[in-house]
Design a protein around this ligand. Structure first.
Ligand code: NAD
Length: 468
């Protein structure tokens, strides 16, 4: 099917028709050659360069994101991921020779990376460009056909992405499905070869159940409560700036934002002052007027977050405006474990502080909860770092820095336990979106395998034992 007819078909067809069309196209083998894959990655790169401003405008409309933030965390971020995939693709896909034991010699054993087939990618609202296109890039690099479903909550961006993807990528191999839970449910009924989902643990369970029906493998990039532990002796002003930056970017709607702070050993009062100061430095005295401060995605999320504002003791912020979906960067101290803000993922610009006496108590506090997507600790102590690495489990760890690990291309990005299953970015994307096929090649002659055929003689047994 020619590209233009593929585009026209995509407009009118149902989800089962889309899946069947893409599956049939994958079966032709046209997505498998490396030049086709590189062509798609080049298309993504061109899209990000030529339509970057349009995407930034859409992100501002949906989330009030400042353009520099959109380029940093979404558009240029994906461009870097695409560049890395293009640069390393051939070497990452090269068959990998492995050791062949002597009793099987002469022979060659190797691992081939083969495409999976048809892949479904479902995105969340908060980084709607990054979290749809970065997995898409990985799936295309591996030679798959892909159905992507952007989040309906970031609707302006979803519409722009739908048009751009049809324009810049092969429409016979990539289709955009638009819609909310109903369309996602329909999409999940299709039998595909992999489902890549980014979103909440609640919907992650729906995805995993639907995938189980067809035994489809899943990657689940979920969320949770990522702690930021602050120890005495750390530079509290610098720690506060780094925590505030990571927490209040995108108005707190970031999966790897510090969800709450644990102030260890009496660091609370100074940390409170420094956090309030950091917020003022970044967003001024009236964050509502700052062009750099974002908005809450929708009214339902606003209502959920507004509940937290009466809890604990207000350190700074607290202001809100329903009509503008604005919630000020807010820091709360003296929160209790019973407060709602400590009972669920905050996913907004409210930062509760829990005060504990020792690092051991902090570790116990973290371990009483679900395994977080990230754990941050601000400390100068090697011993504390070692304790945290060996006694807690999380998708990632950041020492003296929050959120920046996502920018290291060699680090797999993903959660553990309740915060997710599987990982991606760079080489990890190749591992996620391809099958590692084990191959053993052996000549028919000489038939060295005779030694393992019955009847077993004493000589054969001796030879086999020696070869093992
Ligand atoms: P969400 O789970 O509400 O929605 C994600 C996707 O699922 C959307 O495309 C939506 O249309 C679809 N969906 C929603 N309800 C559904 C249902 N009942 N049935 C089928 N599909 C449904 O998540 P969100 O609100 O867009 O994003 C916030 C969550 O995502 C947070 O928990 C956050 O931590 C997490 N997140 C994780 C990462 C990560 O990389 N690990 C990144 C961003 C966000």
């Amino acid at each position: 099917m020619a590209s233009t007819s593929g585009e026209a078909a995509a407009e009118a067809e149902t989800i089962p028709e889309t899946a069947a069309r893409l599956r049939a196209h994958f079966a032709t083998g046209r997505t498998k050659p490396i030049p086709w894959r590189l062509e798609q990655l080049k298309g993504l790169d061109r899209m990000l360069r030529e339509a970057g401003d349009e995407l930034a405008d859409a992100l501002r409309a949906d989330l009030g994101k400042a353009a520099p933030e959109s380029f940093l965390s979404e558009i240029d971020f994906v461009a870097a991921e695409v560049r890395s995939l293009r640069k390393h693709l051939r070497s990452w896909l090269r068959p990998k020779r492995v050791y062949t034991p002597p009793h099987l010699q002469p022979a060659r054993a190797y691992i081939l990376r083969e495409p999976l087939g048809l892949v479904t990618v479902i995105g969340p609202f908060n980084y709607p460009v990054q979290l749809l296109l970065a997995p898409l890039a990985g799936a295309l690099a591996c030679g798959n056909a892909v159905m992507v479903k952007p989040s309906e909550a970031a609707n302006t961006t979803a519409v722009v992405l739908g048009r751009l993807i049809r324009q810049y990528l092969d429409p016979d191999a990539v289709a955009v499905v638009q819609g909310g839970p109903a369309q996602t449910a329909a999409l999940l009924e299709e039998r595909v070869d992999h489902i890549f989902f980014t979103g909440s643990p609640r919907v992650g369970k729906i995805v995993a159940k639907a995938a189980a029906e067809h035994l489809t493998p899943v990657t689940l990039e979920l969320g949770g409560k990522s702690p930021a532990i602050v120890e005495p002796g750390a530079d509290l002003a610098a720690a506060a700036r780094r925590i505030a930056w990571a927490k209040f970017m995108n108005a707190g709607q970031t999966c790897i934002a510090p969800d709450y702070v644990i102030a260890v050993g009496g660091t609370g009062p100074e940390l409170e002052r420094e956090l309030a100061e950091a917020v003022r430095e970044m967003y001024g005295h009236a964050p509502a007027e700052s062009p750099d401060y974002g908005r809450i995605i929708d009214e339902r999320s606003f209502e959920r977050l507004a509940r937290f504002l009466g809890e604990g003791r207000l350190v700074c912020g607290g202001g809100h405006n329903r009509d503008e979906r604005y919630i000020a960067p807010t820091v709360l101290a003296d929160v209790s474990e019973k407060d709602a803000v400590m009972g669920e993922e905050v996913f907004g610009p409210v930062l509760p502080i829990v005060a504990l006496e020792t690092l051991d108590e902090a570790i116990a506090f973290v371990n009483e909860r679900e395994k977080p997507l990230a754990l941050y600790a601000f400390t100068g102590s090697d011993l504390s770092r070692r304790k945290l690495l060996t006694r807690t489990s999380s998708g990632a760890v950041g020492f003296n820095v929050a959120m920046a690990h996502i920018d290291v291309p060699g680090l797999p990005f993903g959660g553990v336990g309740h915060s997710g299953l599987g990982a991606y970015h760079g080489k990890a994307s190749i591992e996620t979106f391809s099958h590692a096929k084990s191959v053993l090649e052996k000549p028919l002659a000489p038939d060295t395998l005779r030694v393992v055929y019955p009847p077993f003689t004493a000589v054969k047994e001796q030879v086999l034992r020696r070869l093992r």
